[in-house]
Each structure stands twice: as C-alpha cells, then as structure tokens.
Design a binder for this molecule. Sequence first.
Ligand SMILES: Nc1ncnc2c1ncn2[C@@H]1O[C@H](COP(=O)(O)OP(=O)(O)OP(=O)(O)O)[C@@H](O)[C@H]1O
Length: 627
Amino acid sequence: MRALAGVGWRAAPGPTAAMLVLSLLAGVCGFVIPLLTGQAVGQVPSLLGRGVTATFVLTLAGLLSALVVSSLASTLGDAAAGISEGLVRHAVDLRIGWTQSSRPGLTRLEDPEASRAIQVVRARAWELGYAHLTLFTLIPTQLVILVGGAISLGVVLTWWAPLVLVAPVLVAAEHARRSGVSQMGVFARRGEHQKHAASAFAQGMGKGAKEIRVFGLTDLLLERMEHHNAATYHPFWRRRRAAAGLGLGWALAQSVAVLVVVTWAVGAYGTGRLELAQVAAALPLVVALMRVDLSSTALVSRAAAATRTLDEVAAPEEFTAVSARIAVNPRADSEQDLVATIAQGLAVAPPGGEPPEIVFDDVGFSYPGQSTPVLEGVDLVLPAGAASALVGVNGAGKSTLVKLLAAAYLPTSGRVLVDGEDLADLDEEGRAAWQRRIAPISQEFLRLPLSIGDNVELGSGRIWSGIIETDHYPDHAALDRAADRAGITDLVAGLDRRWATPLDKTMPGGTDLSGGEWQRVGLARALRAVDAGARVLVLDEPAAALDVESESRLVAGYLDVARATTSLIISHRFSVVRPVDHIHVLDRGRIVESGSHDELMTDPDGVYRGLFSLQAARYAEATGEPS
Ligand SMILES: Nc1ncnc2c1ncn2[C@@H]1O[C@H](COP(=O)(O)OP(=O)(O)OP(=O)(O)O)[C@@H](O)[C@H]1O
C-alpha cells in the first residue's frame, strides 16, 4: 500500500495532497450532514407553537454550510483527481518503458522472469491510476464517515449501536483486501499466457499482418488469443465471482445489524427510554453508516501488488533520478521550446576522440539459462583505426560477438578489452558511455515511424523532436554528407517533404521504403554517428538487402569511413569483405582463420577459401562467367 501511495505521491504531489485534504473534508461532511439533518428534524415537534429557536437556526446554518463545503469539496476534488490520475498513469507508463529500454545490458530484458513481471505490470497499469484515486479520495472519505458517524451515533443513541453496525463493514473490507491480493496472485502466475495473447495480437496488427493473411492464419491467431486470454482471466474472474458472493453475504449481515439497531431504537422510544429527537438524529447516521463502502480495498490491494512487481523491475529511486533528468520545463510556452528543453536534457552525443583498439582475450560465452557455449576461446584483435571483417556460416556466433563488443552481454569467460580496459569492470554508466562510442547497424536495425531526417539524425545522439512538420535539423551539411555516403541523396530528394517525410504510411504525408532503401537509411544513421564522434563502426550484414550498385558504393564508402574508426563488418557477401585487410573466420564459436583475402586464399583446405569458392562458383553459374 505504501509503495502504491509512493508512486502517486512522486508523480503528482500537489494534486494528491489536494485530493486527500478535500476527501477528508468530504468525509466530515458525510457524517455531519446526516447528523444535523436528524437534529433539525428532531427539533421540529418542539418548535410547534413556540416558533423558531436560536438552536434551530444555528442547526440549519450549520447544515447549509456543510452542504456548501461538501459541494465545493466534490467539485475541486474531481478536478484534482483528473489531473492526478493522468500524471500517475503517465509516470507508470514511463517507468515501464524505462525498465525495458534504459539498461545497457540485454540480460535482464531477455530474462523470462523479468519479462513475465513486466507483462503483468503492463496489463494492470491502467488499474494503478484508478487505485491511486481510490486510495486518496474514496477510502479516506469513507473512513472519516465511518469513524465520525460511529462516534456521533454512540453519543446520540447508545454505545453499542456503532459496534454492531461497523463490525460487518470492517470485516467486509478486510475480506475485500485479502481477495484483492489473492486475485492478483492468480493473475501474476498467468504471465506466460498474457505474453502469448499479447504476441498473437501484435503479430496480427504489426509486421506479420501481411503473411498472416496470405497463409490464412487469422482464425488460428484469434483462437490462440482467445485461448490464452481465457487461461489468463478465467481463474482471476472465478476469484472475483467468489469474492462478490461473499461480499453479498456481508451486505446481508449489515442489513441485519441495521434492523437490530433500528428496532431497538424504536422500541426504546416506545418505552420512553429515548427522546424523539434522539431517534430522529440517529436514523440518518445509521443510513450514512450503512452506505459506507470499503470494497474498493480489493482494487487498491491488487494495484498495490502490481506496484510491488513494478518496484521489482524498476527500483523507484533509480527511476526518480531518470525522471528528474527528463523532466520537461513546465514554463516552455511553445512546442519548439519544449523540444529544445527535451533535447537539452537528453542529448548524448558520441564523445569523439581517437579510435580504440579492441581485444577479445580467450572469450567464451553462453546465453543466460543455456548450457551450450556460443563462443569458446575467442582471441581476436580489432586494431585501432583499421577495418576488420568477420565471416562465418549461419549460427557461427558473429552477431553474438558483436553483442559482447557492445557490452550488451558480458563474456562468461575471458575478457573484452578496450584500449586495455576490461568492459566487465565498467559500471552501468560506463557501459552506456562505451555504447555511445559505437556506430552500429545491426540485422534488426531501428525503423522508427518518424521522419527520414529523424531516422538518420538520431545517430548523432540528438533526440528526435517528434515534430515532423518543420525542418529543424541543426546540422544539415552533416545530414547531407551521411546521405551521400549511404547513397540516399536521390531518395530524399524524391520524397514529397524531403527530410521531413514520415516513414510511416499511417501518418499524414507518410510513406514507406523498400527493404534496401531502409537498409541504406540505417547505414546513413551509422555514418551520421561517425560524423558526430562515434569511433567504432560495426556493420552486421549491411548489404543483405542491397542491389549490386548500392553494395559497391557501400564497399568503397566503408573503407573510406573505416580509416577514421575501428571498424568491424560482418557479411555473407564476399565481395563486401574481400577488400578488408583483417578478415577473421568464425566457425562454431571459434576464430579458425585470420588474414587478408589473398593470405586466406592460399590455404587450399581453409574454411574461407571453401566458402569464397562456393559463392564465386554460384555467381559464375548464374552469370555464365568463369569463376
Ligand atoms: N538471445 C539468444 N538466446 C539464446 N540463444 C541465442 C540468442 N541469440 C542467438 N542465440 C544462439 O546463438 C547462436 C549464434 O547466433 P548468432 O546470431 O550469433 O549467429 P550468427 O553467426 O550471427 O548467425 P547469422 O549468420 O545467421 O546471423 C545460434 O545458435 C543462436 O541460436
């Protein structure tokens, strides 16, 4: 509960404090109004024939004031709640997004337990906003009515009446709290099903949508989503139904308690032990107590459990530091100012400096939870300011080696040294700083639904502004240079809004690119990063989707850029790696050959020569030229 309150308090301290004060005020009005109403009604018989008394006027004035305060508290409370809920939801979304993207390593992201926890929190994120409102409005109001009403009833009627009425309310609230915790327990254990249902939905809506239709998989996907949703929610709903049934039982118990108190009061009036005024004052209080509802403690308990899971995946103190960094200047009065503020806070440009030497020293690696090593005893030197290449068959471990180079994973044995410094000795900040020195294009490079300019410019470390209507790039010359080297100058010139054209068909004026065009945009981004100061260039299959002309431009451009960087290129196309001086062959997780193309071709039994000859022969066969 404290964790949930903490989330709300950190996200919206002002509105939350206002909500709390106003809801306490509403609670006071909640028992004062029935008390004064009853007292006013109780005085009526004694006024007959005597005229209005000062006490009666004071009672009515008090009642009127309480009604006005109640109405104001309700209106202002609604406004504070609206602001507060939005801020809390925003903070929760941000924190979930941050857990998935902030850490330099991939280990945690791929950990099944962490991924299940993130899925559970994502599914209940909407409930955290509601629970925050309930915790700071509904529950304090109801508690004040319960306590104030009970004390007032004890004073005006008899001491035991509040005990009889309050007991079932409290027992029902505790029951709701426990059932909320147990419902969440059931839900959280179904994280695997939630992931399957979410992934079936994502496939149907996303990149897989085309093939799903072509293969006629729509019904299968829907059935799969239905199956996993049912497996997620049925046990949860069963608990909720059982809890609702018991809740009904407590409501009946409360009715019986009301009946007992009212019957006793009427009987006591009949026998002259109570005044009419006492009974009249007590009855509205009994009604107010009967209407106290603390069943929302179930919602709060579920959300509190979800918050604990959120705290596990994203520690609040770490996140506080992040949110302070990305806090937007609230006084920014135009969208441009806002963008400038965000960019100032977040820009992490590559640091520049000299290209480093990278050494793999007897490196071994297995993915977390797997026993078979992907890399074993890898010794490799990537000389500073020189181009290197890595070749090998599918699954040899090339991309894995790049992940170790980028410190996305740490080796399970051996060391990766950058200018002599072991990457394993760096803290998270140090690892993130190392990653900023790298200009990568990976096999699954980022394709953001933003303008083409933003897609390239983010290589410089400047956050994209998200404003695609204006041409806001600070260094157009650098952008054009990257375009020229990656061969997208004509592509950009041919787009309706040039650099500002969104690469998303669902956006106004948006378009989409072919696979090869996208790959060249990814390449331009890596080159823009080098221009901005990245000194390690890593290209993992940069030519996979390129036509022959683009490929030869890549080869020429790569060697040119590679001189200013320590670079590594991975490609199945030997025409791409052939001109590189240092070529390494990775075979089943080990470096088996190293040298220039000419050196490697001298070994008649060499893996490189075998693979090269095979590709050359296939090419000759296809073109009719001798190999
Ligand atoms: N995240 C992961 N978790 C577990 N195993 C993985 C993971 N990523 C890759 N592997 C395994 O590691 C091995 C090497 O994969 P890697 O992607 O490094 O090969 P590669 O040489 O880049 O192949 P390709 O030429 O097909 O890109 C493969 O057997 C693959 O199944």
